[in-house]
Structures are given as structure tokens and as C-alpha cells.
Design a protein around this ligand. Sequence first.
Ligand code: HEC
Ligand code: HEC
Length: 295
Amino acid sequence: MRPLALLLLIPLLACDVVRAPEGSGEGSGLVRTVSAGAANAAAAADGRVAFVVPDLADVPPGEIGVAVRRGRALLEHTRDSLPQFVGNGLRCTSCHLDGGTRRNVMSWVGVYARFPQYRSRSGAVIDLEERIGDCFERSLNGKSPAYDSREMRDMIAYMAWLSRGTPVGRETEGQGLPPLAPVKPDTAAGRRTFLAECARCHGEDGQGLIPPATPLWGPRSYNIGAGMARLRTAAAFIRAGMPYDRPNTLTPQQAYDVAAYMNGHARPDFKGKEKDWPNGDPPPDVAYQTTARRR
Ligand code: HEC
Ligand code: HEC
């Protein structure tokens, strides 16, 4: 696919997010008709807050609006805007698709209301700044901007704006990734799926062929400490978000196969990874030994 065609696709995909979830009963009509923002507090069928993406045209005027827009720009142009903090070929929205507004692909809609939060990987209650810092250090293989820096505040301002109306402590429909029941991956089959379904954008060498498609392994990819380096997370992401132009078309088996093929390649190390999950409770798909677990 040509770069232009890919660019044209983006607005189409962006429209997708306000569509009602498949098979949802009660919540769906509401999601479709109520204006953004007001609907945020409405409950979805499962008790989570309904997934509503506010319209960028409704960003408030004045300094706060400037911060929200600057935050979004940083998350979309992370390498160009913050080169000193990025150590690979990715941007934040390489994984948090459509500016973090894509349902079921680790969306930031409602995320401000989900912090502070206990994270077993840190073994501590962390705030949103630390979570963002983690993705800088691991997913972008770089380092975090200071928690009280203007850049950090701008990114938080954007995420808070995406979360307005969401009661503190409530979960949002379409957050995170829909879990995929684990199956035994077949790496050889994964290579075939990769060549058939992924290489046309990411390249046969997995280094990113058609921008904004990015490197999937090697020195310019996410590091071993990143969530995407875990098999289950990668498979769930690939199933929900890839192939970019045809998400949700791989079978769960294909998603696991291709995730195993992708994560079977070398990538940057993450210094201090053995200190993760200090309470000795790493999930089963973590690709490295942790000190607490060994004891
Ligand atoms: C290589 C893919 C990747 C990139 C690039 C990436 N992230 Fe993430 N991010 C993840 C994964 C995986 C998770 C965990 C999602 C889960 O477990 O549901 C996550 C989670 C998050 C969360 C918490 C979401 C929630 O619902 O609790 C925030 C906030 C976040 N990332 C911000 C960022 C920022 C800011 C950047 C850029 C500095 C970034 N991410 C870059 C993969 C990525
Ligand atoms: C039509 C082009 C296209 C195809 C086909 C495609 N991708 Fe992507 N992929 C993208 C784009 C574009 C992004 C980054 C999105 C952005 O920056 O907005 C991306 C991002 C990713 C990411 C997160 C960022 C990173 O580099 O780690 C992974 C992982 C990924 N793709 C894996 C796959 C896999 C596996 C397949 C095959 C099943 C696949 N993609 C097929 C275009 C594509």
C-alpha cells in the first residue's frame, strides 16, 4: 500500500471508535446519540463507563486548550518533538492507535480516572506520570521526561481531556486490550503469516517499510522490558489492531503465531528488568527472569 493510501485510511478508522460495540444491548443507542463528553458518565452494559471520544473541535479555549493540543502533538510526534527521550523508531501512537482513541487498542479514553493504580510490575501504587515514564523507558527504549516538566503536563492534559466526565476510579469500556485465551504458538506458521499479512507494511526484515509502519524487532524496536515483548500482550494487540487496514481478521492462533515470530527476534535489553515484579508475581509470558521470582 502507498503512504498516501495509508494516510487516507486514518480518518476512516478514526470514525470507527464511536460505533457501538458489537452485540451490546442497552448501552449502544446511547453511545451513538449522546454528544461526546456528556455521555462519558453513562454506564455501559458491563458497568464500565461508556466509550466516547471527545471531538478535538471541543478542546476548550485558552491555555488549557493549548496544553491539550500540545500534549496530543507530543504523543504523535514523539521522536521529532522529544528526541532526547526516545531511543528507537517508535512514537507513542505507534501502539496507542489513533492518538489513543481507538477502542480496544490500549486507548487513553478514561485513563486519567484509572490512576493512581497499584501495578504488580512496579510492586507499588503509581500515578499516571510514572506510567507514561514506563512507556518512555521501555516501549520507546528511552528515558522519561521529568514528572513536573511541561511536556509531561501537556501529555497529562491531553489524557485528562480524553477522560473528562469519567468518575475517578471507574473503568472504561474498550480500555486495554481484549484478552486472548492463550494457545501454543507455532513460530514457523507465524513466519508465514508475517510474510503474508505484515511484511507489505513492516518489511520482510521487520524494520518498517511504509511509514508510519514501524520496526518490530532489532535495535530500533521496543525493548525486552516493554509490555509488547510479552507474548500474550503482543498477540492481543496484533489481533485487535493489526493488520492496520484489516484489524480483527487474524484467528487467535494466527495472532499468537505471529506474535511469537515477532518476539522471537533480538531487541534492546532493559537495564534493571530483573527488579520487575518485586513481589514475585510475574505473569507467565514474561520473557526474562526476575530476582523475586527466582527466590
Ligand atoms: C510498543 C508499544 C507501545 C508504545 C510505543 C507505547 N506504549 Fe504505552 N502501553 C503499551 C502497552 C502494551 C501497555 C499496557 C496495556 C495493557 O496492559 O492493557 C501500555 C500502557 C500505557 C498506559 C496505561 C494505559 C491504561 O489503560 O492503564 C499509558 C498511559 C501509556 N501506555 C502511555 C504511553 C506513552 C505516553 C507512550 C509514549 C511515550 C507510550 N505509551 C508508548 C505499549 C506501548
Ligand atoms: C497496512 C499496513 C500494515 C500492515 C499490513 C500491518 N501493520 Fe503493523 N503497523 C502499521 C502502522 C501504520 C503502525 C503504526 C501506527 C501509527 O503509528 O499510527 C503499526 C504498528 C504496529 C505495531 C506496534 C508498533 C511497533 O512497531 O512495535 C506492531 C507490534 C505491529 N504493527 C505488528 C504488525 C503485525 C504482526 C502485522 C501482521 C499481522 C502488522 N503489523 C500488519 C501498519 C501495518
